[in-house]
Ligand binder design. Structure first.
Ligand SMILES: C[S@@+](CC[C@H](N)C(=O)[O-])C[C@H]1O[C@@H](n2cnc3c(N)ncnc32)[C@H](O)[C@@H]1O
Ligand SMILES: [Zn+2]
Length: 475
């Protein structure tokens, strides 16, 4: 991966940075020396980022990379003559954007071996004196004279936002290196959810077993569905398959969020169906805002907000969407009773260490199965992440799986919980529980159109309007 004859390790140096000799633009230059990354940091996670193909897939993800470019170029006031940090710089693409936007210093921090090419990339683009590479985990670097940075930019997002959980590292970098007035890009991240049908997944992978060369393979069909129910599907969900308007289940303000807030969150949602169909899954995705707006002395706004969306309605990205496949189990002869059979699925993303397969304990391994996510150019990154993903399930029993058809205005509900492991912050368990809207308590306020929720929403609306009327205009 290293460019031939260009990297000159200097283990005598105390500096944290990467140095390269050059036969390129400027000849000998006074640039920092390479200190190899500590062995303990070379874990499997960073090793996976030494596959340059993963970086090609990310850089080639046009909505992703142009969102960062636009956010930086359309908010140059944040970067011009500023000291900035690129956390997890990869190939250095975001560092190049920031240097091009006029940053006076870019600290490019990269723990994987990719760090070794960034300095040459900087040199090849005339930024060798601007971009300074740290080949370390951001948690381990020390800036000269405890310098603070004006902006931290990072692409830390994983599937359904939190898979990989690089966000903890961003929070540590922010609390250590960002100046009081500093900016974090992206500035806000939101997780969305919507009930969905999964027409192509069902027709291609589940209903396929209905008739196999004239034989009844219904048992294989049940097995296929069950295996889908116990792991998240990373796939593209057509917008038409969404059965309700998306609901935001979590907002992260990246300037202020704490590591504590990443440990656990739960959200209960009740929502009215907007499109009749088979309710087969819960579709999750995320959006990020880069808010660079500010005001000049005359109160005039400048800068802009750029949004990176991974919604089914947006151009597809390598994150696609994440789907929790639902199944409705009922005893033979009885009607499907989704309301009584609330289903709980645990999806555990366990970096680097697939759990042992154990049917007896109700656990199953779902690593390396990329059949559902092998859509074109995304495969490499998907593979790398999927192989690290183990899945546990509980309370899912064999039974007869029924369609659950929903009609417009029908209310459906679920509770989703994301819980970070105490031992490993990259390890999340997602629990999805289907809720009976007639029985379970609704949040307050609730967006669903059931009479009690409608009355409460109207009352809140009225109180808000009265409060607005009470505000005295002093202008
Ligand atoms: C999703 S990639 C983004 C790469 C690049 N910024 C881009 O936009 O193409 C995340 C990168 O962050 C690096 N990384 C993750 N955690 C890190 C940490 N704690 N310190 C330094 N680098 C880290 C990974 O090795 C990987 O190269
Ligand atoms: Zn409600």
């Amino acid at each position: 991966m290293n460019p031939k004859n260009t990297i000159m390790p200097d283990t005598n140096s105390e500096a944290d940075t990467v140095s390269m000799t050059t036969e390129g633009d400027g000849g000998e230059e006074d640039i920092p020396d390479l200190v190899p990354i500590e062995e303990q940091s070379r874990d499997e996670y960073f090793a996976s980022y030494e596959d340059v193909e993963i970086h090609r897939l990310m850089v080639n993800d046009v909505p992703r990379t142009t969102a960062y470019r636009d956010a930086i170029y359309k908010n140059k006031h944040l970067f011009k003559d500023k000291i900035v940090m690129d956390v997890g710089a990869g190939t250095g693409i975001l560092s190049l954007f920031m240097a091009s936007a006029g940053a006076k210093k870019v600290y490019a921090v990269e723990a994987s071996g990719m760090a070794q090419v960034i300095q040459q990339v900087a040199r090849d683009n005339g930024f060798s004196d601007i971009i300074q590479v740290f080949h370390k985990r951001v948690e381990d670097i020390i800036l000269p004279e405890e310098e603070k940075v004006d902006v931290i930019v990072s692409e830390w997002m994983g599937f359904y936002l939190l898979h990989e959980s690089m966000l903890n590292s961003i929070i540590i970098a922010r609390d250590t290196f960002l100046s009081d007035e500093g900016t974090v890009f992206p500035s806000e991240a939101r997780i969305y959810a919507a009930p969905c049908s999964l027409k192509s997944l069902y027709s291609e992978q589940i209903n396929f077993w209905d008739n196999v060369y004239g034989f009844n393979m219904n048992s294989v069909k049940q097995y296929a569905l069950r295996s889908k129910m116990i792991k998240p599907e990373v796939c593209l969900v057509p917008e038409d398959d969404l059965l309700a308007n998306p609901t935001c289940i979590k907002t992260f303000n990246l300037r202020w969020i704490t590591e504590e807030e990443l440990r656990l969150f739960t959200e209960t949602t009740f929502i009215a169906i907007a499109r009749a169909g088979n309710y087969q899954g819960l579709c999750l995705w995320f959006e990020c805002d880069f808010d660079g707006r500010d005001y000049d002395e005359e109160g005039k706004e400048f800068g802009t907000v750029v949004t990176l969306s991974t919604a089914p309605s947006s151009p597809s990205t390598h994150w696609k969407q994440t789907v929790v496949v639902l199944g409705y189990i009922s005893e033979p002869e009885s009607a499907p009773s989704h309301n009584n059979d609330s289903q709980e699925i645990e999806l555990t993303c366990n970096e680097g260490h697939p759990a042992p397969h154990s049917q007896d304990e109700g656990h199953s391994e779902a690593c390396g199965n990329t059949s559902n996510i092998n859509n074109g150019s995304d495969e490499g990154k998907q593979k790398s992440n999927e192989q690290n993903q183990t899945v546990e399930t509980s309370n899912v029993e064999y039974g007869i799986y029924k369609d659950y058809k929903v009609d417009v205005d029908e209310v459906v509900g679920w509770k989703i919980a994301l819980c970070q492991s105490d031992d490993n912050v990259r390890h999340y368990t997602m629990t999805v529980e289907m809720l009976d809207p007639e029985v379970e308590e609704h949040p307050m306020p609730c967006q669903c159109p059931m009479p009690r929720c409608l009355i409460i929403s109207k009352m809140i609306e009225k109180e808000d309007m009265e409060a607005d009327d009470d505000i005295i205009d002093c202008t």
